[in-house]
Design a protein around this ligand. Structure first.
Ligand code: CAA
Length: 246
């Protein structure tokens, strides 16, 4: 890569986000990490610093359009325009639909789906002006199929790919690619929070018989961010150990 690209990873302090930040850094990107929880982020930055990673961290509530705008304005002032945006921030509020509250519906839709609009809207025009950009949306196998207890999450994750497909078409001739990655069950805190008995039932449905590793997803993110992936756009790349094939 001739010139270092700036990549912004939202929800960077989680398991997947951390692995992505490290891999992107190792691959020569200037990595910027978004966080929401101040205390967790400070500890995270310190830990990564000790491991040799120099990563700037910026606050934004990705569910809030103006908060994302402020963050991206500050990053642009401090470092330059964002070349690669990884929309990775996400939460779960699982529960059978018949018991799902409007609050748990809205929280998941706004953090997992509105966030994609909120962040992408602020980086897209500078990318168009530059003639280069990468938008990488981290969806889920449960957006491709369904999952008991995840009506909110599946809806948001499926929506992310609808967004990717349309934006990919709109900016294909501007040097910008827009893609979705749909990880299956990866060994993150989010998956480990599922009751052990249920988690074991899920693992039994994965032909590879194991959870995915965070690095396995991070490699794909870094590849999509690279110049080698310049003809891939509007795609939904599965990475799920064979759990959902179609
Ligand atoms: N299939 C069919 N029926 C099921 C079921 C299933 N998988 N799970 C529960 N049920 C049934 C129960 O037996 C119960 O039946 P009765 O009413 O007849 O007794 C009924 O559905 C309701 O069960 P609960 O009261 O236990 O339901 P709940 O609202 O508490 O929700 C749950 C249960 C928390 C959703 C639990 O099923 C669960 O944890 N499921 C896993 C969800 C999951 O995979 N989350 C992934 C998180 S990680 C992630 O999202 C990352 C990623 O992208 C992959």
């Amino acid at each position: 890569m001739s010139e270092k690209k700036i990549v912004l990873v939202t929800g960077a302090t989680g398991g997947l986000g951390t692995a992505m930040c490290k891999k992107l850094y190792d691959d020569g990107f200037i990595v910027v990490a978004n966080y929401r929880n101040e205390e967790k982020a400070r500890e995270w930055k310190e830990k990564l610093h000790q491991e040799g990673y120099d990563i700037a961290i910026y606050y934004a509530d990705v569910a809030d359009y103006d908060s994302c705008g402020k963050m991206i304005e500050q990053i642009t002032k401090d470092l330059g325009t964002v070349d690669v945006l990884v929309n990775n921030a996400g939460i779960t509020k699982d529960g059978a639909f018949r018991k799902m509250t409007p609050e748990n519906w809205k929280a998941v839709i706004s953090t997992n789906l509105d966030s994609v609009f909120n962040c992408t809207r602020h980086v897209i025009n500078p990318m168009i002006e530059k003639g280069f950009g990468r938008i990488i949306n981290i969806s889920s196998v449960n957006g491709q199929r369904g999952q008991f207890g995840q009506a909110n999450y599946s809806a948001a994750k499926a929506g992310m790919h609808g967004f990717s497909k349309t934006l990919a078409m709109e900016v294909a001739n501007k040097g910008i690619t827009v893609n979705t990655i749909s990880p299956g069950y990866i060994g993150t805190d989010m998956v480990m929070a599922v009751k052990e008995e249920i988690r074991n039932q899920i693992i039994a449905q994965i032909p590879m018989g194991r959870l995915g590793g965070t690095e396995e997803v991070a490699y794909l993110v870094s590849f999509l961010a690279s110049s080698h992936a310049s003809f891939i756009t509007g795609a939904n790349l599965s990475i799920n150990g064979g759990q959902h094939v179609y």
